[in-house]
Design a protein around this ligand. Sequence first.
Ligand code: FES
Length: 106
Amino acid sequence: MPAQAVEVGNAADIAEGAVRVVTAGGTRLALCKYRGQLYAIDDVCTHDGGALGQGELIDNEIECPRHGARFDIRTGRPTCLPAVVPVRTYPVRVDDEGRIFVEVGS
Ligand code: FES
């Protein structure tokens, strides 16, 4: 399936340090704001399917609410057990009007 850029909201509506669950092209994502930048990762923890979008963002790491694994939202890499497999990340772009687009489907 070719990649497509899907609009998922406006950057002004997402506070610093916030996590929001959005759906883009049928994929549930956790959209995170860290130091003014937006990052999109799968909403599903690679350890055992926990909802990462319900987790807490601690600096650049999101903590899974189920068993406490952490992932770097910039790379998807696990930074704390029990997860050992990276979570998928997606490119995010914000246009001149603040609209957020996430590239999914590639
Ligand atoms: S499901 Fe996320 S840490 Fe276990």
